[in-house]
Design a protein around this ligand. Sequence first.
Ligand SMILES: [Zn+2]
Length: 365
Amino acid sequence: MDWKKKLLSTVTAVTFGVSILFGAPVAQASLLGTAIGIGTTLAEGNAMRKQVKELIKKFNETPEGQQALYQQFREKFGVDDNIEYNEKLDRIMANLTKGVAAVDPTINDKPYKYFVAAQDDLNAACTMAHVMMVNRGTFKALPNEDEIAAIVGHEMGHGQKNHAVKGLEKQVNQRITSGLLGATIGGGIAGLITDVALNHTFAHKDKKFETEADSLSVDYLVNTSYNLGATAAVMQRFVEMSIGKERSRAEAFFKPSDHPDSARRRDACAKKLFEYSGKHVEAKDGTIKVNKKTFMKPVAAGNMSGAERSYFVLGNLARAYHDGQNKHEATVQNGSVMLGSQIIVTPAEGDEDAQVLADRLNSIK
Ligand SMILES: [Zn+2]
């Protein structure tokens, strides 16, 4: 079979496949024009762009499209059926789905399809159609469920705001413009779209989108029982992981060019909690302040640095202030410092005594 005939049959097969999936014809002339190397005319290019828009919409907005992407992601990245990881992700998704719905009810019309990917990097991804995966490497690296929830919340932020679609449309159109469609003709436009979706999933690199997703992660955590400081805490962990041998794993999530950003993003999350608390609580360099006065500087404990722990204390204090628990006394219950009914911190070995901390909190709150 000569190459032209081969291409012809491939294109026909692909078109058929796409028609079956979406019941929509694909402009074969345009695909062929590129495939056989005669280039695209302006009209053909415009027709393709229109098709790209329509096809992305079908992938993004129909159950069939969601299912097709979900399948492709599972095949490409592999599925890990570890019971502990899967149960944890099920629980996080159930909790966060409620957390998202409280501020963005559109999630009820478009629930997420997700899985634990058989990948060892600390990473997670959300593509269009609310298809999401969390790598098993994330569960291995982060023993704390709140921090995994913070990462999943970040991904759901991308999903709720359609960030993947915005980036994808641009990239597919760039490929059409530069004539690269020919190279991927085996899959036609639908194939090109899934190809770009699969290969550019991890592009957490648009700063505007990242900032928005971080902020949404905190918003979604508000209506769950997870700690509001978990997003800042996981950023702190990434900052620390970037120092020394674990650098590459941190960079998988925060691309090298953006890497200095994780400290900035951590601080942005902490600032958000400062605002949420009514400007009462802050954390910087591991020290937590209440009304500008030092409350405590936690020691490293439980697989966390003191700085990472400080964001959990900050999250508890922010929730306490926001919910008006600061009208009540700080007390010690079962070894934990409480403010009203909100737990603030359970001192670890090396931290100051719980009663000392409760007394200090009463004097500065
Ligand atoms: Zn991101």
